[in-house]
Ligand binder design. Structure first.
Ligand SMILES: NC(=O)c1ccc[n+]([C@@H]2O[C@H](COP(=O)([O-])OP(=O)(O)OC[C@H]3O[C@@H](n4cnc5c(N)ncnc54)[C@H](O)[C@@H]3O)[C@@H](O)[C@H]2O)c1
Ligand SMILES: O=C(O)C1=N[C@H](C(=O)O)CCC1
Length: 264
């Protein structure tokens, strides 16, 4: 039995994660962490599943009282970083779905997990299709090194580019030498017209109501293009990946960034 605390239980992802954990025989939901409620049960808190499980405002009090094995964090970039650190301090294994982590954050958090000899997972995207898209992109970039990434999300998203786009660009950079793209003399009459830039690759972030989570990776070559695309149409698409991350974090030591490491 793996005992779990979820931070962000009223959110789009948090609500799905609560249902998933409740439905798995080998998982036990011990408590949730929500900045709005303290000292009541989920039954009494507005917008939560009516479960007889305590709600904590302070994550440290939650860890001390409940001593869970795993924290699942689905909050926001600022909170996710704090929660990850606090989890490691308390010997709790973090599974962080929250996005908005920089390369620097990952390096620092990885060193902390190593020091504590604890498993930790930061997964920019839990959907199997998105993980395959990232792996296929890395494969394609060996042969086609002109790349543009277009990610599309709902307009409630706080971070840009998406965690998935960042991880995709980082995985491509493992096989692609840094190089400028487009015309060497190109200019932008409107700032950012060519999108963000990572080692010469271009990344474009679309935010629209009606979207969930979508990404295209477009490769260009002489006389041809290759487009790889993934669409998450709802948040249940992420739940098998959350389940896998919880199982794997119990077996690993140190930080794993991205579920691609767990999928052959
Ligand atoms: N890894 C993935 O596959 C994946 C998929 C979808 C979303 N996400 C990421 O997960 C995060 C949450 O996404 P969402 O769509 O559910 O957002 P959301 O805004 O619907 O939910 C976030 C929840 O966190 C709560 N929250 C804020 N501060 C808190 C705190 N200090 N303590 C506890 N709870 C707090 C909010 O009240 C809200 O209910 C985002 O960073 C998003 O980018 C990741
Ligand atoms: O809804 C979001 O926000 C999502 N964020 C992730 C990202 O930043 O890549 C993954 C998909 C959904």
């Amino acid at each position: 039995m793996i005992s779990i605390v979820i931070a962000g239980p009223r959110g789009n992802m948090g609500r799905e994660a609560v249902k998933m954990v409740e439905n798995e025989d080998q998982f036990a939901l011990k408590a949730v962490v929500d900045h709005r409620y303290d000292g009541i049960s989920m039954k009494e808190a507005e917008g939560m599943e009516p479960l007889d499980i305590p709600v904590y405002k302070e994550i440290e009090a939650c860890f001390t009282e409940e001593q869970p094995d795993v924290l699942i964090d689905l909050t926001n970039p600022e909170t996710g970083k704090v929660h990850l650190r606090k989890a490691l301090e308390h010997g709790v294994r973090p599974v962080i779905g929250t996005t908005g982590f920089t390369d620097e954050d990952i390096k620092e958090l990885s060193a902390e997990a190593e020091k504590k000899k604890l498993g930790a997972v930061i997964a920019p995207n839990f959907a199997i299709g998105a993980i395959l898209l990232m792996k296929l992109s890395r494969m394609a970039a060996r042969y086609m090194d002109d790349v543009e990434i277009i990610e599309q999300h709902h307009d409630r998203k706080l971070d840009a580019p998406s965690g998935t786009a960042m991880k995709t660009a980082q995985m491509i950079s493992e096989v692609r030498k840094e190089k400028p793209q487009g015309h060497p003399d190109e200019t932008e009459a409107w700032e950012h017209a060519r999108g963000a830039e990572y080692e010469g690759m271009r990344v474009h972030s679309v935010r629209l109501p009606g979207r969930v989570a979508h990404q295209e990776v477009i490769f260009g070559g002489e006389g041809q293009t290759l487009t790889l695309r993934h669409d998450s149409l709802n948040r249940t698409s992420f739940m098998p990946g959350v389940r896998l991350a919880v199982e794997k974090v119990m077996e690993t030591t140190g930080l794993v960034y991205g579920l691609d490491e767990f999928i052959d």
